[in-house]
Design a protein around this ligand. Structure first.
Ligand code: ADP
Ligand code: GLC
Length: 489
């Protein structure tokens, strides 16, 4: 099985969120299952600045864009011990920029950047020789790939028999652009209809991918169901329901070579279930030093790591902090970047409760690991969550997730009850309604369990023993690829 993974970000090259974690790990998982895997991503400044062994691949070509063309220079990265091939598509005008997608607002030419990237990826597939079985596309940035394969490259022997799989990581980001950007795609206007590429007058790249892909998947079974109706489908629920027979839900795995508390170079001391208390204490000391405190306090630490946007339930976190910080029962820590309002509100709440609430605005990989290791409780009160990775990292690092019952959180966290704690299946605390009272109640249950030492020890042990490695999910992707290969394109 020869698979081309196409995505806009991947660890260790460039990352804004969970997509990069998934695309960084999935190729190796597939390679481990006997797949011949190649990954292609854009050559962002971030990727080229990491000191990775990236070199010119000796391949260059022009990519048609509108009435002109842009040059694609192909780079290659070979890392020791990695089986998947990695190619990066360079075009300095488009990708040599400080961030991946823009700052407070998106780059105005994001349509052109990812139309170019998608077409260059298909061109590269054609030039690498041999033939491909699967082109695996991730999110709106690669949504044109299935359309290109079918409409413009269907007779090229390299991809003529390839099937396309479109994996949706988040319906809230669809790649919506004004209709004139259709001209950049090189695809005939006849496809700009509500049945294919158009969405309320705009060009919709994720919709295009869903329409033209041979199979569609998303990152958890529950989210696969949720997106087939409103509001989860974000306007594409009808289309997704019509594709329900080829819509798979596969839970993300985690890269256990990067997220392993026993051997994580980003922690002051490795730990496992047996010495979790010592490991957490060492992480708390390091975290306190990083935050400028003389010593860690003895209260349980409830942490949030993530994007500071509506999806993540920041309003609920703000309410919970405001209500509970005064009780003296718990210490809060937030690490994130995102909306200006959210950042401002969090800074204010930190200033109101010094010594009880710590807020770090920034994107710091090392600190994310340290916080998960130091925390007793990880908050994930999302409005919606396609899969979520932070609750999986938390589990592995012995931090108990408190989550809202939505999307992948439903599929990856089992609510702690006396029965589930006893039978070893409990992995967190789950609440339903998207309101502050729900989060406060669930956090209250977690704090009560924390105070009952034998119960907490058992819960932490159960949770740390969960296997969220890519083993099972990698096999599910392989099955999906096999099934898709057996279909008629
Ligand atoms: P999403 O992809 O919706 O942002 P996930 O839970 O799937 O959510 O993945 C988020 C990833 O991004 C995790 O690896 C998390 O540790 C990381 N992350 C998010 N915000 C930050 C931050 N401010 N600093 C470091 N890592 C972060
Ligand atoms: C998206 C989702 C998140 C998911 C990640 C990786 O960013 O918001 O839930 O874990 O993609 O699939």
């Amino acid at each position: 099985m020869r698979v081309l993974e196409i995505a806009s970000e991947a660890v260790p090259f460039a990352k804004t969120g969970g997509l990069a974690d998934v695309v960084g790990a999935l190729p190796e998982a597939l390679a481990g299952l006997g797949c011949d895997v190649t990954l292609v991503i854009p050559a962002y400044a971030e990727a080229l600045g990491k000191g990775l062994p990236i070199e010119p691949a000796g391949i260059e070509f022009d990519v048609p864009i509108g009435t002109g063309s842009r040059r694609a220079r192909i780079l290659r990265c070979r890392r020791e011990g990695q089986r998947a091939d990695v190619y990066l598509i360079a075009n300095d005008d488009l990708f040599d920029r400080p961030t991946l997608y823009g700052g407070a607002s998106d780059y105005p030419d994001n349509a052109e950047r990812f139309i170019f990237f998608s077409r260059a990826a298909v061109e590269l597939a054609c030039r690498l020789g041999g033939s491909w079985d699967i082109l695996h596309c991730h999110d709106w940035q690669t949504g044109l790939v299935p359309a290109y394969r079918r409409l413009l490259y269907g007779s090229n022997p390299a991809v003529a028999n390839a099937r396309t799989v479109m994996t949706i990581h988040n319906m809230a980001y669809q790649g919506l652009f004004w209709h004139w950007d259709m001209l950049l795609t090189g695809i005939d206007w006849s496809h700009f209809t509500w049945r294919e590429m158009e969405f309320y007058g705009q060009l919709n790249l994720l919709k295009t991918g869903v329409v033209f892909a041979d199979a569609v998947s998303t990152v958890s079974p529950t989210y696969a169901r949720e997106i087939q109706s409103a509001p989860g489908g974000c306007g594409l629920e009808g289309l997704l329901a019509s594709r329900r027979d080829s819509l798979a839900g596969i839970v993300n795995g985690i890269d256990t070579s990067l997220w392993n508390p026993a051997a994580d170079p980003l922690l002051p001391r490795g730990f496992g279930e047996a010495d979790v208390e010592e490991g957490k204490y060492a992480a708390r000391v390091a975290l306190a030093a990083r935050l400028g405190h003389a010593a860690p306090d003895a209260r349980p630490l409830a942490a949030f790591v993530g994007r500071l946007v509506e999806q993540k339930g920041i309003t609920l976190i703000l309410d919970a902090i405001t209500k509970l910080a005064g009780t003296g029962r718990v210490h809060f820590m937030v690490l994130g970047t995102g909306g200006r309002d959210e950042e401002h509100a969090l800074r204010q709440v930190a200033a109101a409760f010094p010594g009880t609430v710590d807020v770090v605005i920034g994107f710091e990989e090392g600190l994310a690991h340290l916080v998960q290791a130091a925390a007793d409780i990880t908050l994930v009160p999302s409005l919606f969550e396609p899969c979520g990775l932070t609750q999986l990292y938390a589990q592995r690092y012995g931090s108990i997730p408190v989550v809202r019952a939505t999307g992948g959180l439903v599929d990856t966290v089992v609510d702690a009850t006396p029965e589930t704690i006893r039978d070893g299946s409990a992995t967190g605390f789950v609440f339903n309604g998207f309101d502050a009272a729900g989060l406060e109640h669930a956090l209250g249950r977690a704090l009560a369990a924390y105070d009952d030492k034998p119960v907490w020890k058992r819960l932490v042990g159960n949770t740390m023993r969960q296997d969220w490695s890519w083993q099972a999910s990698g096999r599910e992707y392989m099955r999906l690829f096999e099934q898709t290969r057996a279909t008629t394109p």
